[in-house]
Design a protein around this ligand. Structure first.
Ligand SMILES: Nc1nc2c(ncn2[C@@H]2O[C@H](COP(=O)(O)OP(=O)(O)OP(=O)(O)O)[C@@H](O)[C@H]2O)c(=O)[nH]1
Ligand SMILES: [Mg+2]
Length: 448
């Protein structure tokens, strides 16, 4: 599954990876290829459109990372967007309600009954008392199939009495589950070849009388674009809460199944990867995105580079501070790091004592702080590189020039130099302290 998508994406990436710089044209071309790859994999056209737009925005707006190539960065954006499409975090069944109840919905032959058996086995493995309910009143064989699967999983099973309606089975099962102290009830329903009003009305009523918090649509990964319509109808009428994809072990293109998550906004809870009862797995969007792209190495490389940008800068600065050599260039860097950390108001909220200030005062102080750091930045940028390295030479005449150049007053330049000298004094103190700090005996701290 997804093999074809993986192959087409890899071909696109191969062209990009070697590029030192990406031109507008390269990006357009790559995005066109990605669009084709997704459409060929049967992803819904509307979903493809959003996907490509999101990637385009990210590529245009991203920070340039020096340690990786633009092509690698592009791959990371595609990965992140696939992950977003798949739902970002792993989702769970709704556990509220006693017993926890799950209604399995879907068209004929998608794997509802098989998956009911798989889920029953899974919950039983968690030491839960499980009841499975056969709500397929039209096909006796379906009830027999469920009975066999329930036995295999070692759980109890309740089937329809001849002549009983689907809702009547649902009501009876709910009552029995509540009285019998069951932890989980799974209602297996019958499917149709095509979605029709009768089927939808029937299951919508069943979800109501059973008060099931989990309304799960089972989707066969091999089903094409039809699955999007099916999902939309079930969602509109029953209010789906989750999806289960089956037959991921096959060679289906799979794109339609992926579109269903985006179209309904419901998470993929589990995936079926075979016919046996143990062939059911939790769904991890990030792992699936890795698998689809087949580019785990590049993705983690870019992630590391993203983490390291700030870390490298901080380390360099720390080193200089401890050596007592801080100059105005470092001071400027500090100002910029502060800016990156977020707005002043957010920072102030995190500081102890600050939250007690009233909102207006806080906003005023934050604004003053922000204005001052902008002013300081302008002042430092108006200095010559030599002045930044040797602030001591900045005499009265130079101060007048710098103030003019930065559109500030001499008093502002004085303030900056005063604040810088204080910071420099601190770093000298740090240096002396570091020299005098008693050394830890070897082995007392892990890693030393
Ligand atoms: N390979 C594979 N086969 C599966 C998977 N899930 C279900 N099947 C098979 O798909 C076929 C149909 O499965 P059922 O569980 O009977 O489907 P259903 O949705 O209950 O069908 P109806 O009751 O007729 O609506 C069976 O042969 C299953 O063994 C899966 O994850 N992988
Ligand atoms: Mg069935």
């Amino acid at each position: 599954m997804f093999d074809q998508l993986t192959q087409s994406l890899q071909k696109t990436f191969k062209n990009l990876r070697g590029q030192g710089k990406l031109s507008e044209e390269n990006i357009q071309e790559a995005l066109r290829d990605v669009r084709m790859a997704l459409l060929e994999a049967d992803v819904h056209f509307q979903v493809v459109k959003t996907f490509v737009e999101n990637v385009r925005e990210k590529v245009m707006g991203a920070d340039v990372l020096n340690s990786v190539s633009p092509g690698q960065q592009f791959i990371k954006h595609i990965h992140d967007e696939i992950e977003r499409l798949l739902g970002e975090k792993q989702a769970e069944f709704d556990k509220s309600g006693r017993p926890q109840s799950i209604v399995m919905l879907g068209l004929h032959g998608v794997g509802k009954t098989t998956t009911t058996g798989k889920l029953a086995r899974r919950f039983k493995g968690e030491d839960k008392k499980v009841l499975v309910v056969g709500c397929d009143i039209r096909r006796p064989a379906a009830v027999d199939q469920l009975r066999v699967l329930a036995e295999q999983a070692g759980v109890e099973m309740l089937g329809p009495i001849p002549g009983e309606s689907v809702t009547a089975v649902g009501r009876r099962a709910r009552q029995q589950a509540e009285q019998g102290g069951f932890d989980v009830v799974i209602y297996d329903t019958g499917g149709r070849l095509q979605i029709d009003d009768e089927l939808v009305n029937e299951v919508a009523e069943l979800t109501r009388v059973t008060d099931a918090r989990n309304k799960v649509l089972v989707i066969d990964a091999a089903m094409g674009q039809e699955s999007v319509n099916v999902a939309e109808t079930f969602h509109a009428r029953c209010g789906l809460t989750g999806l289960i994809l089956t037959k991921l072990d096959g060679d289906a293109r799979g794109g339609a199944a992926l579109s269903v998550r985006e179209v309904t906004g419901c998470p993929i809870l589990m995936v079926g990867v075979g016919e046996k009862q143990e062939d059911l797995q939790p769904f991890y969007p990030s792992r699936m995105a890795d698998r689809i792209l087949g580019m785990g190495d590049v993705v983690s490389l870019v992630e590391k580079a993203q983490e390291n940008v700030d870390e490298d800068e901080m380390k360099r600065m720390e080193k200089r501070m401890f050596s007592g050599q801080m100059d105005l260039e470092d001071f400027l860097m500090q100002l910029r790091q502060m800016k990156k950390l977020g707005s002043m108001t957010q920072l102030m909220d995190m500081m102890p004592g600050m939250p007690n200030m009233d909102a207006a005062k806080k906003a005023k102080a934050a604004e003053l702080g922000q204005r001052q750091s902008k002013r300081f930045e302008a002042i430092i940028l108006s200095m010559t590189p030599f002045e930044r390295k040797r602030p001591k030479i900045i005499n009265g005449k130079r101060r007048i020039r710098i103030a003019k150049g930065s559109g500030t007053r001499v008093k502002d330049v004085n303030d900056l130099i005063k604040q810088f000298s204080q910071a420099q004094k601190m770093t000298k103190k740090l240096k002396n302290m570091k020299g005098k700090m008693p050394r830890m005996p070897k082995g007392m701290m892990p890693g030393f």
